[in-house]
Design a protein around this ligand. Sequence first.
Ligand code: FES
Length: 321
Amino acid sequence: MPDVFQPLYRVHDLDRSQRGATGLDLSTLAKLDRGILDSALFADKAIYRTEVQEIFGSSWLFLGHEDQVQNPGDWVRSRMGNQSIIVVRNADGELHGFINTCRHAGYRLCPDDRGSATRFQCELHGWTYDLDGRFVAMAGYGQAFSSILNKDDWGLIALAGLAQYRGLLFGIFNPPVESFEDFVAETRPTLDVLAALAEDVDLTSVVYKWNVHTNWKVAAEHLGRDDLLLFPNVSFSQDSRILHVWHPINHLSTEVWAYVLAADATEQEKLDLIARDEQLRHAIASVYGAIPKTRAIASDRQRAFYETWTVRMAASTENDQ
Ligand code: FES
């Protein structure tokens, strides 16, 4: 996928005063009572690192649909934040979610989008894992490592939680701040709409992806036609009929995954929907070509987004103290 948009950011790093003694001074970054956002929110590495850890690390994040892994051994690759994830159905029919990284030296375990397997074997040196993520074998294990490595310690890194709602799959990296039941209760109307539309759609075959040289929050708050939001990174519009999931790659780069939820549409109609989405991509990439030092909050949706963002970030800075 070519990266056609070049970054034109005026990067505003945090002032020394905004870092504070123990962490980020959120009151100077998001002045919600006055409708003002500091542009460091969209370009600062320290803020980004905190978001990845505290927001993406402890939120229920959309992974896909259980129909993508119907049978034992079926697996599908997805993404949570800046991590590649594999979801697999084990021999007993249970679902697991793992970070798609070999424990030996961090090589990507599954390079493809989906498949069916009895085991996962890393291409680099052959470390092999079963469908429950256990490390089971490697060439030369007995001779080279048996005295220093305990196999039980070297399984794949599992998500802290994997849950489904009417077939929609969600994962979470760390023990949740919010239970899945609470998350579902808060977002049930949104999820019911999504679940109904996703029922007849193969989410693997219709996903398409694009990169924008933009902080993830720009995409999150600026998908103007979208009207449903699952904080932090999912939006959907019954007008566009496209489900957007945006993944932070770094503080100035975002990968957007788009799922066309239009099972009844013809191929040409789907192409038309995607073409309209291309216009959105251009809009996101060009609106923020240059950022002034401060920005105004311009909609209720934007305000709600930053209210939630502030609460989640505040929890993290309180924990640091
Ligand atoms: S990195 Fe996977 S076996 Fe070495």
